[in-house]
Write a protein that binds this ligand. Structure first.
Ligand SMILES: Nc1ncnc2c1ncn2[C@@H]1O[C@H](COP(=O)(O)O)[C@@H](OP(=O)(O)O)[C@H]1O
Ligand SMILES: [Mg+2]
Length: 263
């Protein structure tokens, strides 16, 4: 079977916000197709990572031939890195975030991340959640609904929740909501499924770039765990910690971490 991504309309090609959403949505369709082919376990994970990466690389080469790309699935050579660090615009993509959950059908907590970095800052982003049929994006920023829970809900990794987040939850009288994928956890705050996502201990730029761009566009608070700004397109793309939350929770979360750390 040959996958046909279709052709984006001219107004989509002309706009980074719209193109990011179109690309994430197309890779999501490709991943749904891979998921229907009967593979399991590691084979399914590898097939998904590879198919979504190859599709995004090919579409970016077609529609943004002059831009640099940083993808989780690409082995970056020294010359690729030099090009990325001196490029005016870089697409930061995680072709399949929540690979583990992708390989456990019918779980829906996996996502495609497509972000645009330009001149030192994230300028556009899209996070597709294909099994929800949704692509959150900065072109039409999501509107965060009013909070439906009195008790704060903190989204955490289902497979490796950081220990300090349990202590934070106790302090805030919050509940933990485990789920896969960094993007899904950040979009859970956008969707009022959780009120905060607090992570430390390891992650890379592609895990947070697109969802942070969308969360910011939706008016949420985003930062490192020490309150400093999240900075992208660095020489070392390890970016191990992040907070995304409703703005009213930020001071309490930052104060707890300043006092107790994340160890
Ligand atoms: N300690 C760690 N070190 C490196 N990457 C981590 C990490 N914890 C989480 N991640 C990455 O963040 C994403 C979400 O993880 P989780 O669901 O556990 O919260 C995953 O991306 P991928 O699925 O793209 O590999 C995972 O690899
Ligand atoms: Mg990831």
């Amino acid at each position: 079977m040959t996958f046909d991504a279709g052709t984006p309309a001219p107004e989509v090609v002309a706009d980074d916000h719209l193109l990011a959403a179109w690309l994430a949505e197309a890779a999501g369709r490709r991943l749904l197709e891979v998921r229907s082919e009967g593979l399991e376990g590691k084979e399914l994970k590898d097939a998904g990572d590879r198919a979504a990466h190859d599709l995004l690389m090919s579409l970016l080469a077609t529609y943004r031939p002059g831009d640099a790309v940083l993808s989780e699935e690409a082995l970056e050579s020294t010359s690729d890195k030099d090009a990325r660090l001196s490029a005016p615009k870089v697409w930061i993509v995680d072709p399949l975030d929540g690979t583990r959950e992708f390989s456990e059908p019918p779980r829906d907590d996996w996502a495609v991340h497509v972000a645009v970095w330009e001149g030192g800052t994230l300028t556009a982003g899209a996070v597709a959640q294909p099994e929800l049929g949704e692509t959150f994006n900065t072109g039409t920023p999501p509107v965060v609904p009013p909070r439906t829970s009195d008790k704060p809900r903190i989204a955490v990794s289902r497979s490796r929740p950081p220990a300090f987040v349990s202590a934070l939850a106790e302090k805030l009288d919050a509940e933990l909501v485990p789920m896969g994928s960094a993007g899904v956890k950040m979009m859970s705050v956008v969707r009022d499924v959780a009120d905060a996502y607090v992570h430390a201990g390891g992650q890379y730029e592609w895990d947070s770039a697109a969802p942070v761009a969308v969360a910011r566009a939706a008016g949420l608070f985003t930062s490192r765990v020490d309150g400093s700004e999240l900075v992208y397109n660095q020489d070392d793309v390890y970016l191990p910690d992040v907070i995304v939350c409703r703005p009213e929770l930020a001071d309490d979360i930052l104060a707890f971490i300043a006092e107790h750390g994340t160890e």
